[in-house]
Design a protein around this ligand. Structure first.
Ligand SMILES: Cc1cc2nc3c(=O)[nH]c(=O)nc-3n(C[C@H](O)[C@H](O)[C@H](O)COP(=O)(O)O)c2cc1C
Ligand SMILES: O=C(O)C(=O)c1ccccc1
Length: 376
């Protein structure tokens, strides 16, 4: 089903609130996929903290400051973007909707919001690129234990028009996800999320038969060379040598790691705790942001995700020093509920609410936002 042709009556009925998108997604999906998306690590304490901490920050709006024209544009890695919002890398999107990443990538392209394709996508990075025209896209890399595969992924991303590499560092091993254990649910076992591997000539050269002919053998090799847990700062050198694209590190919350990232010459960092899906009990992302921004001192962009739900959340993160934010689960629910049109609607609503909130805060541009806008 192509959701571009969603009837007008149904479009009008699409939700406005995160809660309602989530409720509708829950209605639509089986328990396994729904819980995989909504689920968190452990007791969900970090996921709760992400929201609680954002709520604790309060906006102190200014008045009489001419907010007739409101400009959401930003500059990031020497490129101009019309909003400070990107779609976070989310793997296995076919569990949300049959069109998976193709639908969300088209929706992102429609608003010129950068789409970050996950290593664990259910369509290959080339297939995703092919529906995006020249719209901005980045590639998120989980480094394989096999360096040749990592190299191959980077080259493929370069060739298919991805303009930055995001290296996720908070997932050396999968978090303790009780819901998935209880449901005995794993998208991989269903063969979802392996498209980049199964379409990779370096990976396939290790197989006797193509993945389509012997899934079990291909899956077994994938399981052996999947994400590496032995990476250290030294490995950045290998990555740096293998691409001229900007490199961003995702999953940094300690200012010492931010400083190390800066010293190692990365091009940006993403403050994130993976939405609370990895280490339960870890610090709320928005609480980690100010100190990280302080040590970075504006030298490279600091992006942030984990808990962003509304336009006011976006404004708070930017006031606390983020250059841009990544939208995670909200668009995943949009995709589950109404495919491409759902993601478009989630993006449009978030952009509009951000713009309204910027004006009501007494600021006319993202550039003019400053730390004094928020207090605890
Ligand atoms: C279903 C799902 C899959 C995800 N897959 C990836 C992934 O493949 N790579 C990655 O770096 N982060 C992944 N993330 C984390 C997101 O990029 C982002 O950090 C997180 O969703 C932010 O939290 P929030 O959704 O609560 O705002 C995933 C998150 C979800 C919900
Ligand atoms: O579930 C996640 O958070 C995640 O990062 C992931 C990793 C591999 C496949 C799908 C999702």
């Amino acid at each position: 089903m192509n959701n571009q042709v969603l009837p007008e009556s149904e479009k009008a009925m699409l939700p406005f609130t995160h809660r309602e998108w989530e409720r509708r997604a829950r209605e639509k999906l089986e328990i396994g996929p729904y819980s995989f998306i909504s689920g968190n690590a452990g007791m969900g304490e970090t996921a709760n903290s992400n929201r609680a901490a954002i709520k604790e920050w309060k906006i102190v709006p200014r008045v009489f400051r001419d907010v007739e024209k409101r400009d959401l544009s930003i500059e990031l890695l020497e490129k101009k973007f019309s909003t400070p919002i990107l779609l976070a890398p989310i793997g296995v999107q076919k569990i949300m909707h049959p069109e998976g990443e193709l639908a969300s990538a088209r929706a992102a392209a429609d608003s010129r919001i950068p789409f970050i394709a996950s290593t664990m996508s259910s369509y290959s990075m080339e297939e995703i690129a092919s529906v995006m025209g020249d719209a901005p896209r980045w590639f998120q890399l989980y480094c394989s234990k096999d360096k040749e595969i990592t190299k191959s992924f980077i080259k493929r991303a370069e060739r298919s028009g991805y303009s930055a590499i995001v290296i996720t560092l908070d997932s050396s091993v999968m978090g303790w996800r009780v819901q998935d254990l209880e449901n005995n649910y794993s998208p991989f076992r269903l063969g979802i999320g392996l498209a980049n591997y199964f379409s990779d000539s370096t990976f396939c050269s290790k197989l006797v038969k193509p993945p389509a002919e012997d899934f079990a053998a291909a899956f077994s090799i994938f399981s052996k060379i999947n994400t590496s847990a032995s990476l250290t700062w030294e490995d950045l050198e290998f990555l740096r040598e293998n691409t001229k694209l900007p490199i961003l590190l995702k999953g940094i919350v300690d200012p010492r790691d931010a400083k190390l990232a800066l010293d190692h010459g990365v091009d940006g960092i993403i403050v994130s705790n993976h939405g609370g899906r990895q280490l339960d009990g870890s610090i709320a992302a928005i609480d980690a942001l100010p100190k990280v921004c302080y040590v970075i001192g504006g030298k490279i962009p600091v992006l942030m995700d984990s808990g962003i739900r509304t336009g006011t959340d976006v404004i708070k993160a930017l006031a606390l020093g983020a250059s841009a934010v990544l939208l995670g689960r909200p668009f995943a629910y949009g995709l589950a509920v109404a495919g491409e049109e759902g993601v478009k609607q989630v993006i449009r609503n978030l952009i509009t609410e951000t713009e309204v909130s910027l004006g009501l805060s007494g600021y006319h541009s993202i550039k003019s936002l400053d730390r004094s806008l928020v207090v605890k």
